[in-house]
Design a protein around this ligand. Structure first.
Ligand SMILES: [Zn+2]
Length: 291
């Protein structure tokens, strides 16, 4: 009781501090509590994690890292990463706020990843599949030459192994620092999916928040089945850009997963807690068709 009270008092104090400073985030040491970005509810980190990082109050789906996604989906120890060590190059000597070469180096250190996607072969409920998981924490999940190459190699590996491909997208679009090299990945990944189709192997695309730009305009929307997590922003140009261009207010929920479902752009919006079961159903269905 004492501890509940003291936590309560502590929260009141924090709230007062927040009001004084006008800050938006709950800045709590140790990361024990997280504030829901959508409803503002303070959530105990461990509870949030055991709820697959979904807010129990408003169903907001927090972003997952590639490691978290693999842990939630793949059978234990079944995931074997491929092409883990491909790193990007600064083809153009690109320099914005800082040189691209430095940006790559810093992102590798910060995200503890070599680029914005992790690919590999694994099993979900004993069903083999080729898995690609984009990671927004690496330069906003932008698709440069490495993401395109890894997606393509993953698809080629799936053709060799005769297994379905599942890719989770989370992307700010093409990586502008690589110019044309990133744009050509759209054609390359789409062509690879064409070859997957020729081999009668399925591609399941899972769109998570946010999936935008060149990623949406290429492989992410080319699934035989396109699934999305609730509330995910899925678009080519973002709502702010469109609003500024057409100078009109956009309808509520525009470009969110549910809106896309209503307009026939995707097949299903799936809660994270049902995702694994749904993927298993789909994989089994394709397995039966192929036999
Ligand atoms: Zn919430």
């Amino acid at each position: 009781m004492t501890s509940t009270l003291s936590i309560h008092n502590w929260f009141k104090k924090k709230q007062a501090e927040k009001e004084v400073l006008g800050r938006e985030r709950l800045d709590i040491p140790g990361g024990l509590w997280v504030k829901c970005y959508k409803c503002g509810q303070a959530l105990f980190s461990k509870d949030l994690e055991s709820n697959l990082k979904v807010c129990p109050k408003c169903n907001y789906h927090f972003k997952l890292t590639s490691t978290e996604r693999i842990a939630q989906l793949a059978d234990e120890k079944s995931f074997k990463e491929i092409n883990a060590n491909i790193r990007s190059k600064d083809f153009l000597g690109f320099n914005d706020a800082k040189p691209y070469a430095k940006r790559i180096k810093d992102s590798i250190t910060k995200a503890k990843l070599n680029d914005a996607i992790v690919t590999g072969l694994g099993k979900i409920c004993d069903l083999p599949c080729a898995l690609g998981i984009m990671d927004f924490s690496f330069m906003g999940g932008s698709m440069g030459s490495v993401v395109g190459e890894k997606v393509t190699r993953l698809i080629e590996e799936a053709i060799v192994k005769k297994c379905p491909v599942i890719i989770f997208s989370a992307s700010g679009g093409a990586r502008m620092q690589e110019g044309i090299m990133s744009l050509m990945q759209m054609a390359k990944t789409s062509a690879a999916l064409g070859r997957l189709r020729e081999n009668s192997l399925p591609f399941i695309s899972v769109l998570t928040d946010p999936t935008t730009g060149g990623t949406t305009a290429s492989f992410a929307m080319l699934g035989d089945i396109n699934l999305a997590e609730p509330g995910a922003l899925i678009c080519f140009a973002g709502p702010r850009v469109i609003e500024q261009t057409i100078r009109q207010k956009l309808p509520p929920g525009f470009q969110r997963a549910e809106y896309l479902l209503d307009h026939g752009m995707i097949d299903c919006v799936i809660n994270r807690k049902d995702l694994k079961e749904t993927l298993v159903k789909i994989l089994r269905w394709f397995n039966n068709v192929q036999r």
